[in-house]
Design a protein around this ligand. Structure first.
Ligand code: ATP
Length: 235
């Protein structure tokens, strides 16, 4: 569904991605793990066209999207829930979800809203509350819910566990699993929380310093002693 081939990305002189190859097949949850500054967020952003890849190719459902403007991606069926969440703080939960649905067929709105509320009951309880007054975990739920309202084929998630209490992290990961299982949604998840991400993912990639250094099933990487030492034990 998504194929990233030989992608290089720079920020000025900084060579952030150094020839990255990643593939996400339809119906999969794929995760990218790696430590701080490895380039994980940069890969998601490059898929979304900002910054653009300096070299290499990104193909989504057979279409070259390497240089496509970011705003066109939603129309193609790619939705992103960015790191730091970026919900609309002055709008209510309901209005935030409405914003997510802007490009979707209005006929689906009520059904899609119901689905998001069933996935995250907390959002229904808080539907009239302003986004900026939600807790970190609730804002994360809202960011994912808003992305889902565009009816994406591919959901890109950047560190959904960042700065969130462990119990809420579990709820959010359960919800991601549920979306994948019941709706067949394809998910590409970037995470520093390697343990949860690997448990959830069908397949995983490890990024070190702008390069993919390892890949395998989530289980294989969880059992791999090098991965355990670098990302799971004491980390
Ligand atoms: P984290 O988990 O901390 O977000 P990451 O793996 O997502 O890390 P990136 O944010 O992609 O890493 O950063 C990769 C490298 O690119 C880092 O060295 C970072 O300092 C650099 N970088 C990221 N954004 C910019 C920017 N806007 N300008 C210059 N350098 C940047």
């Amino acid at each position: 569904m998504l194929r990233v081939s030989g992608v290089h990305t720079y920020y000025g002189q900084i060579h952030a991605l150094k020839g990255v190859d990643v593939e996400v097949n339809e119906g999969e949850i794929v995760t990218l793990i790696g430590s701080n500054g490895a380039g994980k967020t940069t890969l998601l952003m490059t898929v979304c066209g900002s910054p653009q890849a300096a070299r290499g190719e990104i193909v989504f459902q057979g279409q070259d999207i390497t240089r496509i403007p970011t705003h066109k991606l939603v129309e193609l069926g790619i939705a992103q829930s960015p790191e730091g969440r970026r919900i609309f703080p002055r709008m209510t939960v309901y209005e935030n979800l409405q914003m997510g649905a802007l490009r979707a067929d209005p006929g689906h709105f009520e059904k899609d809203l119901r689905r998001v509320y069933d996935l995250f009951p907390r959002l229904e309880e808080r539907k009239s509350q302003r986004g900026g007054t939600l807790s970190g975990g609730e804002q994360q739920m809202l960011a994912i819910g808003r992305a889902l309202m565009s009816r994406p084929k591919l959901l890109l998630l950047d560190e959904p566990s960042l700065g969130i209490a462990p119990l809420v992290v579990r709820q959010i990961f359960e919800a991601i699993k549920e979306i994948n299982r019941t709706q067949g949604m394809t998910v590409f998840l970037v995470e520093q929380n390697a343990f949860h991400a690997l448990k959830l993912a069908h397949r995983a990639y490890v990024m070190v310093n702008g390069n993919i250094t390892m890949s395998g099933s989530g289980r294989e990487l969880l059992d791999n002693p090098e991965i355990r030492a670098a990302y799971l034990e004491g980390g």
